[in-house]
Design a protein around this ligand. Sequence first.
Ligand code: 6PG
Length: 251
Amino acid sequence: MSDRKPVLRVFPNREALARGAADKIRERATLKLETADRFSLVLAGGSTPTRLYDVLGDTPYRAQIDWTRIHFFWGDERPVPPDHADSNYRIARETLLSKVTVPEGNVHRIRGELEDPQDAASRYEMEIRHYFQTEQLPGFDLVILGMGSDGHTASLFPGSDALQERQRWVVAPWVEKQRSHRITLTCPVFNQAACIMFLVQGTEKAVALREVLTAEGPSPYYPAGLIRPEGELVWYVDRDAASALEDRAGT
Ligand code: 6PG
């Protein structure tokens, strides 16, 4: 976990936020693919990134990123089939994956349809190990994360045992608030990423955002504050989400 200061960019609205995030992804992918043959992108669930996915699947980004060399992963998933309304994979497929040329082998979804969420977690971890061909922590190239109004991120919720996990890369905690299991990457994996990009919008996130960005140290009360990667950490937020910050530096 790093104590590097995060970069905060405040955008005037949802559209500007989505385009700013798309620019960042294009920038990081283009740079990496100059010297590597693939780029690992971890998608977030929830509603905030859907506009970003739409933008990436449209002109000009659709033609500006070599999607055949992008490998898609997910930060978390619900224990549902891939065509279920709640599936994070389904959202990404409909808004982005169906619009760009991605080889099937580049899509590493979490198998939420499996009877046992722990089994889904183990299989996903094996798939990540296979991709990175390492026993060390995997270093994803770019991870997109959202944040809930309670400061949760991915499926790392306040008070969850998953927050303390240091060995496993993927766990399947019971989430009382959701009355369901979730499958999620763990903090050590997130904190090994080359770049973490939080996307946060809406007034309801403002207090949690202030608490996370102003905290002296990581707090289990706001799990998003536990994400402090060795790599780059950027917070892309809209004005509503930034409304509780003193210094609302614009973009
Ligand atoms: C999920 C996400 C979750 C999400 C936050 C914010 O599976 O729902 O991983 O962590 O990012 O709940 O959700 P919104 O973007 O819908 O506010």
